[in-house]
Design a protein around this ligand. Structure first.
Ligand SMILES: NC(=O)c1ccc[n+]([C@@H]2O[C@H](COP(=O)([O-])OP(=O)(O)OC[C@H]3O[C@@H](n4cnc5c(N)ncnc54)[C@H](O)[C@@H]3O)[C@@H](O)[C@H]2O)c1
Length: 437
């Protein structure tokens, strides 16, 4: 099939590449000319595991092309995906400027039947707005608007896209339904469902899913904080809870709060949508308040440990990305930690396998960026772990003790066994477990 993908960020580029991988002809469009030039030259502009191999194969075979010229992509396409940003506006609701702007552009360009697909996360009613923008200049027989929210997780995006748990399609057109079914069938050969529904329900499904996951995280973070006060171990509690099939084992890990480009903005946007409909969505308000507090949990622990003596101390930070296997630092808890430490007069030495360039672009020389995880410890008074990259899971504890001024670890991801830390002789403060001294 002939596809255009407008917006080549974390979602658009993975979408375009994976559709090319199943044999479709894909043109990716972006307004960022420098990015398009890089992609034309074979450079993948983001870090996402396995993306580079698929990108290169499909680019070489001519199934994956890049342009800044929307019109040429529209002329080519039977299906146009909108994978554009929907950042929070000043009042917390999703800013639809990019989506509606492109819809206006498309209304002057489409000249054959085209399915226009909202892949961005957009509030209920957005597809109707896109429809009216297109209908302002186009015959209604020339297009259908479909909602196809994306559920991929950064860090495993390619795998999620190629083997989705489900595909959600919102449409009221049998013609568009057929097009979407043909497109997605190769991705669900093992039997996972393509779920067709009305457009508003599809738009709502994405917000409901993300808000539920964020709720689960905030709930576990509150359980963890209470465990600390009560002398219980949240890891044991988590296993005990998660073995109940009604609860399930996944997504129950406490930590330093959720971050990234999706949960914070999507929870906020759904709460805002509720408010606009005179509904006070109390759980979401609590989820956001809990997360605001939790993302400072490690900084709070460090401040409590040093009291007024934090100024002049050096803290090593392992992990900057909002989660492992990505270079994405949008709303990353590490940034909140850095801000608090710098404000308290501490020095920060940071290491992350993929995200350092992005953080350096924000902080410059206010933070020292190190070439490897052990270098970050050199002369530091303590280590704070914020992102659970695999390389941090079984480190050389002897080497760490030698490099650090004091054997002190604040672990926001519960990477280490408590008994092991007693043996290794660390002061070790983690989330929802006793502090080892
Ligand atoms: N990142 C995720 O994990 C994820 C997962 C599911 C859904 N989503 C949703 O998908 C959407 C896109 O997210 P993202 O993380 O890929 O965003 P992103 O910021 O990484 O990428 C957006 C891209 O769109 C381009 N762009 C902006 N205006 C444009 C225009 N007028 N024409 C062409 N290109 C334009 C930008 O240059 C950028 O390359 C958002 O609604 C997001 O909520 C994201």
């Amino acid at each position: 099939m002939k596809i255009a993908v407008v917006g080549t960020g974390y979602v658009g580029l993975v979408t375009g590449t994976c559709f090319a991988e199943t044999g479709n002809d894909v043109i990716c469009v972006d307004i960022d000319a420098a990015k398009v030039e890089k992609m034309r030259n074979g450079e993948v502009p983001i870090y996402e595991p396995d993306l580079d191999v698929l990108f290169e194969r499909n680019r070489r075979q001519g199934r994956l092309k890049f342009t800044t010229d929307l019109k040429s992509a529209v002329d080519h396409a039977e299906i146009i995906f909108l994978a554009l940003p929907t950042p929070p506006g000043a009042d917390g609701s999703a800013d639809l400027r990019f989506i509606l702007g492109v819809a206006d552009d498309l209304s002057g360009m489409i000249n054959h039947y085209t399915v226009v697909v909202d892949k961005s996360t957009v509030p209920v009613g957005t597809a109707e707005q896109v429809h009216s923008r297109l209908a302002a200049k186009l015959d209604e027989n020339l297009f259908d608007v479909v909602s196809n929210p994306e559920f991929l997780r950064e860090g495993v995006a390619v795998d999620d896209f190629l083997k989705p748990d489900r595909v959600v399609i919102g449409t009221n057109s049998t013609k568009a339904e057929e097009v979407m079914r043909r497109l997605y069938e190769p991705f669900v050969r093992s039997g996972n469902p393509i779920i067709f529904m009305d457009i508003r329900s599809a738009e709502m499904t994405k917000y409901a899913a993300n808000s539920y996951l964020a709720t689960r995280i905030s709930f576990m973070n509150e359980i963890a904080n209470l465990c600390e006060g009560l002398g219980a171990d949240v890891d044991a509690v988590r296993k005990g809870m998660g073995s109940d099939s009604r609860i399930g084992k996944r997504f129950l890990f406490p930590g330093v709060g959720y971050g990234g480009s999706c949960f914070p903005k999507d929870v906020q946007a759904l709460a805002r949508t509720a408010g606009q409909n005179d509904y006070d969505f109390q759980i979401l308000n609590a989820v956001m308040a809990v997360n605001d507090r939790q993302r400072l949990r490690i900084a709070d622990k460090i401040e409590a440990y040093y009291g007024d003596d934090l100024a002049g101390k050096t803290i090593a930070l392992w992990g900057l990305a909002f989660k492992p296997n990505t270079d994405d630092i949008r709303e990353a808890p590490a940034l909140y930690t850095i801000d608090r430490l710098l404000a308290a007069g501490a020095t920060v030495r940071a290491y992350d396998p993929e995200a350092m360039n992005n953080v350096e672009a924000l902080y410059g020389n206010k933070v020292t960026f190190c070439d490897d995880q052990y270098e970050a410890l050199d002369g530091a008074d303590a280590l704070a772990i914020v992102t659970e990259w695999s390389a941090f899971r079984t480190p050389d504890f002897d080497r760490m003790k030698t490099a650090l001024n004091q054997s002190v670890i604040f672990d926001g991801r519960n990477l280490y066994d408590l008994r092991r830390m007693v043996e290794a002789g660390f002061y070790y403060d983690s989330i929802g477990r006793s502090t080892v001294k």
